[in-house]
Design a protein around this ligand. Sequence first.
Ligand code: CAA
Length: 384
Amino acid sequence: MSTVGIHDLELATTHHVLDMADLAEARGVDPNKYVVGIGQSRMSVPAPDEDVVTMAATAAAGIVERHGTDGLRALLVATESGVDQSKSVAAFVHGMLGLPTTVRSVELKQACYGGTAALQMALGIVAREPGAKVLVISTDVARYALETPGEPTQGAAAVALLVTADPAMLAIEPIAGVATIDVDDFWRPNDSSTAVVDGALSMGAYLSSLTAAWDDFAARGGVPIEQIDRFLHHQPFTKMARKAHMSLARHVGVKLPAEAMESGLVYNRELGNSYTASLYVALASMLDAEDDLAGKRLGLFSYGSGSVGEFFTGIVQDGYRSVRRPEADRAAIENREPVTVAQYVDLHRTVLTSGEDVDTPRVTRAPFRFAGIRGRARRYERTG
Ligand code: CAA
C-alpha cells in the first residue's frame, strides 16, 4: 500500500498580539516568569470580527487555492471553541470556501486532542478510498478568566492539513499508542466563555497520559525511542513540552537531547496556546526552522484534557520543502498588530450573546470576517 499522511499545511492566526512583558507588568509579575518560567513571549488576540471560523477558513483557503477540490471527500474541523451547539464550524467553512456538496463536513471535540482524532479519521478515509483527499482543520482560541494563573497561557491559531496518499510532507506510520483516562483537569462548561483548570493536576495528567500512550505505542510494536529523530509535544505553553521531553526520557530510561525538540517551540512561543492546533503549529515550526529534515522520523504526542493522549510517528518526505512556505508562516506571526493590556482586557470582556443583533467593526485583514449576529445566527463574509 502507498503511504498516507500530510501533503500540505497552512497556518493562520489573529489580527492582534499582546506582549507577555506588558501583561507581566500589568499583573505585577516578574516578566521572566512568563518568558522563561512558562516559555511564552507573546500571545495572539482575536479582533472583534475574528473567531475560530474565520481562522479556519483563512487557513483552509490557501490549501484549496493550491490544490483545488478534486477528490476532496471530507472537511473535518477540530475545536474546543465551537460557536454553535449544533451547526459545525465545518459547515460554516464549507460555505465560506464554496466547497462541493460532495464533501462531508463535521466538527470533532475532545479538548486539544480533537485535531489528532480528525487526522486519524482522515488517514482512514484516504486509505479506504483511493484518490480521496481530506481537509483537517484544527482551530482554537484559548481563553482563561482575566487575572488567573492560566491568563498568560492564552493564544489563538488555526492549522489546515491536506491529508492524501503519497504525501509530499509527512508520511504517518500506522502504529499509534493511545491513553484515555477520565479526569477533571481542564474543561469549559457550556455556560462559560472561559476554561476552568486545575493547573497542577492538568500538568500531572498530561505527563501520565504521555507515559501511558508511549507504553501502548511500545506494546504495539512502535519503533524504539532511539529511532525517533525529533519530538513534538502538545504545547499549552512551551515549557510544558520541555517537561514532557524530560519525562519521556526518564520513563524510557534514555538520554534525549533538548535539540531534538527545540525547533518545534519557535512559533508556539509567539502565538500562545492554540489548543487543537498547537501540535500542528509545532510541526510547522520544526519544518520551517531546521535546514534539512528529509528522511527524519518525528514522534508526535497529542494531549487533550479530560483526557485523551496519543503518541504516533511520521517520516518527513524528500520533497517536503516544495510544499513548505516559511515566509507565509512568519508573515502571519510578524504582521499582527500589537494591543495594549487595556485594549486586550476590553476585547476579552466583550462576549456576544445570540439574543442581540450586532454588527462587528471591520478590523481584520484576513480574507474572511465575522460580520455579526442577525436573528440569532452568526454571519460571515469575504473581505475582498
Ligand atoms: N523567573 C523564571 N522562572 C520563574 C520565575 C521567574 N521570576 N517565577 C516563576 N518561574 C517559573 C517557576 O519556577 C515555574 O517553572 P517550573 O514549572 O519549571 O518549576 C514556572 O515559572 C511557572 O510558575 P508557577 O508554577 O508558579 O506558575 P503558576 O502556578 O502561576 O501557573 C500554570 C502555571 C499552572 C501552568 C498556569 O499557567 C495554568 O494554569 N495554565 C493553564 C493550564 C495548562 O496549560 N496546563 C497544562 C497541561 S493541560 C493541557 O496541556 C491542555 C491544554 O492545552 C490546556
